[in-house]
Write a protein of this length. Structure first.
Ligand code: HEC
Length: 248
């Protein structure tokens, strides 16, 4: 018997000895210190290892009295004149797996007007264009190398609504990385408005495809412009103080 055989026998014996019937049995572990932390870890706790420092035996401390749950924290935007707008942005703390929910329920709180779309364009150029390209066709400089970048202007993707796109920017999708930590929720909605332009769903002043004639008619009978109700002209929607706590 040469060394090669001995090595195999030793490896097999160790290998088989590591397997067991009990799914909770970790078997023989190599360097167990790497799996079982000696210091108390806030996010993992072994049932048989109560924390001796905290009263309740848990490693994770309870939030202090008066802590506001983030989900219920209401965000308002206050303009220069002190007027408040409730953007209700906290409902957009959506889960990664909730794209269908987002598609059905999330509505863009920003009006689709020239100003917002122009801001969305700048943000798109900053965060998306490298991959998706200036026309949204997926041929940005990085996109060419990265490959598999979705064409925003064609097929199913061109039909996606705002909720869907907001979710994709927030959590990423497939090979696209999430952008929640780089782009505030308000800015994400601005990008969504510009993506609608690339998709061919609206033009750069927010007129929906196929709705031009209707809009003109409306103007003739003097109907109020719905979009004026939300945000007055010249208001900068970016308010770092109200958005920076919401990373999702
Ligand atoms: C690093 C490259 C990259 C960047 C930057 C990027 N994307 Fe993507 N995007 C991708 C790739 C790759 C896919 C295809 C994902 C898949 O299906 O695997 C994609 C897919 C999409 C889709 C289609 C998702 C679906 O449901 O099919 C949308 C919409 C989208 N991106 C929007 C954006 C927007 C808006 C931005 C800017 C905030 C952005 N992307 C930034 C690479 C990128």
């Amino acid at each position: 018997m040469n060394y090669k055989h001995i090595t195999w026998i030793v490896l097999l014996t160790v290998g088989l000895a590591s397997c067991g019937q009990d799914p909770n049995d970790t078997g023989v572990e190599y360097a167990p210190n790497m799996y079982h932390s000696i210091p108390y870890e806030p996010l993992s706790q072994k049932a048989d290892n109560p924390n001796k420092i905290n009263d309740n035996g848990l490693n994770m401390r309870k939030p202090v009295k008066g802590t506001i749950a983030r989900r219920n924290y209401k965000t308002t935007y206050v303009d220069n004149e002190g007027k408040e707008y409730d953007l209700g942005l906290m409902i957009y703390n959506t889960h990664r797996d909730s794209i269908e929910w987002a598609q059905k329920n999330l509505k863009n709180p920003l009006p689709a007007n020239e100003e917002i779309i122009a801001e969305g364009k700048v943000l798109y150029e900053r965060y998306c264009q490298a991959c998706h390209g200036a026309k949204g066709d997926g041929n940005g400089k990085v996109g060419i190398k990265y490959t598999g970048v979705a064409n925003l202007a064609a097929g199913q993707v061109a039909k996606y609504n705002g909720g869907h796109i907001f979710h994709v920017i927030t959590h990423g999708k497939g090979r696209m990385w999430p952008h929640a930590s780089q782009v505030s929720p308000v800015d994400r909605w601005k990008i969504v408005e510009y993506v609608h332009v690339l998709q061919g769903q609206q033009d750069e002043s927010g007129v929906k495809a196929g709705e031009e004639a209707e809009k003109e008619e409306e103007a003739e009978v003097g109907e109020p412009d719905e979009q004026n109700l939300t945000i007055p002209e010249g208001v900068d929607m970016v308010n770092p103080d109200s958005t920076e706590t919401m990373m999702n």
